[in-house]
Design a protein around this ligand. Structure first.
Ligand code: KG4
Ligand code: ZN
Length: 336
């Protein structure tokens, strides 16, 4: 087999990223320019700022990815780019760059679904991982339980009906006055709190469905804080963070394990920003072990947005002959 070198480009939210990956598995470079500092003061991502920052940075991020890999465009076999889901203005920057580069260098273009990309981070982190397996994709925009049937074949077993898990983490961090992005801050604060201090709801939409709902737990935490404030009671933020995190991770684990058992697979993987959560990783590993299921997850840098996962996914799409042409457009609400 001759090696295939893919240049990946990612700009769907607040990270401008480019990466060079060999054969879908080996990272040769992984450059991530995060805009978090520019969005922090607004408590969330401001789409207009995101688009502008992507435009400012994308060329140098791509140059740096090639430089770090010790390559030029002559060494690249295809250009893979995230075309959805995400913020339309942000996506358009990556898509336009990839199209221009594909046109100028005559290299094939591959359109990558961002959620599929998150799943593929596991192929980078675990060189011998093979489908089938079940993946929990939990990020700021998505919460899906996916059966990965083959490298580019996916079946959704469950999804959120309202907020994404990461969105709930970000919202609760905001009401606790912790800052943005909330996930890592709650993760850290929860380590000194008691997860059993407050019983927040573990919502099950209906017993035959693996779907999630996180708006209930979010509201329950907000109500708890309001009531405590009205009564002039002292709030232990660490206990609130730990109890909230326990409620969310309990539900994520329970539904994912049920999905794995129903699918008859022996491996569960985690993906997306929330997969960086310490408690989720620990709980999923412990609970899955009770059912003889092993758990794999990428290092935190490959859980949050990056372009290596896009290049990996692009490789597998390319192997299936899934190429795009220059009519490619951004699709903000692209389904999995
Ligand atoms: O995958 P990602 O970088 O972007 C999206 O595609 O949305 O995920 C970002 C989300 C944010 O909501 C962030 O708060 C959450 O992932 N996150 C975490 C942790 N690290 C990032 N949530 C819980 N625990 C963490 N350690
Ligand atoms: Zn993402």
């Amino acid at each position: 087999m001759t090696d295939k070198i893919i240049l990946g480009i990612e700009s769907s939210c607040d990270e401008t990223a480019a990466s060079v990956v060999k054969n879908g598995r080996e990272i040769l470079s992984n450059v991530i320019n995060t805009q978090i500092d520019f969005h922090k003061k607004y408590g969330g991502v401001v789409p207009e700022i995101a688009s502008r920052k992507h435009i400012e940075n994308i060329d140098s991020v791509i140059d740096e990815a090639l430089l770090k890999a010790g390559m030029t465009f002559d060494d690249i076999d295809a250009i893979a780019v995230t075309y959805g889901p995400g913020l339309v203005g942000a996506l358009l920057v990556g898509v336009s760059s990839a199209k221009a580069l594909s046109f100028a260098t005559k290299k094939p273009l591959i359109a990558v679904n961002h959620i599929r990309g998150h799943i593929c981070a596991n192929f980078l982190a675990h060189s011998d991982l093979k489908p089938p397996f079940v993946c929990l994709v939990a990020s700021g925009g998505h919460s899906h339980i996916v059966k990965v049937k083959d490298y580019a074949e996916f079946e959704i077993l469950g999804r959120t009906r309202d907020d994404a898990a990461g969105e709930a983490f970000d919202k609760i961090a905001r009401v606790l006055g912790l800052g943005y992005p909330g996930g890592p801050l709650i993760d850290e604060l929860a380590k000194s709190g008691n997860p059993d201090a407050i019983q927040f709801p573990r919502v099950r939409m209906d017993k035959n469905s693996l779907d999630f709902s996180f708006s209930g737990v979010k509201t329950a935490v907000i109500n708890y804080l309001h009531k405590a404030e009205q009564k002039g009671e002292k709030i232990d933020k660490a206990d609130v963070a730990a109890s909230f995190q326990a409620a969310v991770t309990d539900v994520l684990c329970e539904h994912t394990i049920e999905g794995a058992i129903k699918s008859g697979v022996k491996t569960v993987t985690l993906a997306g920003g929330v997969a960086a959560n310490t408690e989720l990783r620990k709980k999923m590993t412990e609970e899955c072990a009770k059912h003889g299921i092993s758990v794999l997850y990428p290092p935190p840098v490959l859980c949050t947005d990056n372009a290596a996962m896009i290049a990996s996914c692009g490789y597998f799409e390319g192997e299936k002959g899934n190429f795009a042409d220059l009519t490619l457009n951004a699709v903000p609400n692209l389904p999995l």
